[in-house]
Design a protein around this ligand. Sequence first.
Ligand code: HSE
Length: 405
Amino acid sequence: MINVAILGFGVVGSGTAEVIEKNKDVIKEKTGAELCIKHILDLRDFPGSPFEKLITHDFNDIINDGEVDIVVEAMGGAHPAYDFSKAALEAGKHVVTSNKLVVAQFGTELLETAEKNGVRYLFEASVGGGIPIIKPMMSDLAQNRIDSVSGILNGTTNYILTQMSENGAEFSDALKEAQAKGYAEADPTSDIEGHDAARKIVILAALAYGKLISPDAIYCEGITKIDSKDVALAEKLGGHSIKLIGHAEKAGDKILAFVAPRLIPAANPLHDVSDVFNGILVSCDMLGDAMFYGRGAGKLPTASAVVSDVIDIAVKSEMKAASAKWEDASDSDIAPLADYVCAHYFRISGCEKCMAKVFESVERSVTENGETAFITKPISEAEAVAKEKAFAENGTKVLARIRVL
Ligand code: HSE
């Protein structure tokens, strides 16, 4: 019998309890693991809930209970989630988390603490909701060098962009729906401004390259400036969709990582990843491209990933060789975005003549209602910024610039 304590009885915590209880039989049948929920920590009481009797308001009930093997941290936020995780690891308890903020900020330290104490710190649910991505990157792809990782990593923004492009929904209505469905963060600013995706891409970059970059150190642009005009024009210019993408790649001996809305060409497997779904494209030197796809947010999908880690611990009595070992990245490990090369979508005021004053040739263009949208050949970020300046000097307004994946 493996005893589990759950910290936080919100969307993910209550989902974890539900998955363990409802699928107890199937878990036992498939893995041999017998899971038992012993405590649930929350500030609130839950009268009438089937888990009512397990609720405690005191973390000491968990940390001092020698029978608790695994602590599931589903509190969200940095504190006290980090502090409780650290204390649990130091007390010799395994910790499983869905908290990308804590993993992105304190992952290196918590992995070290786990190793020192002979326990594990697992975080499958921190990226991609229910999609298995962390364990595959740690073990199944270990024989590959990872050239790049590009992913739709935030279900809320993908849901909003899909509602805007397919159903003509207003941004604020689509956001409200995403909140009602339990996809959004407590403060949805971190979804729509790209901070949630930034935390997730630095975790994936650490799995790929062994160094954990602070999410605050990477360029991060959300979806609040995406105009429905750009969604329509991107489609006209060769059938592109627009998605919020977290991207990481090796740039020499440095790591380049950033989050920004991107035009996705029709042939790219990320093009049709819609609604709350996430898609993560991992380019490897031996395997080639591998695509991971599934529900990126929501109660039961995320809880499914949490319980997969609980089972992983339950069925392996010894520490697995493939526990992640990271270093915190220093400034010199991070490549500047200025060198990143890709095609760019521009929307400018004026006609194609205005465009031709700055770009000798482009891949494709369309002029409508006194504005011109076009896609450039691949240019560096520094060149794209210089072109923006050149337009301004010619009296042409750059109304949008979006990088193409
Ligand atoms: N707010 C997050 C999202 C939840 O929308 O993807 C899952 O991490």
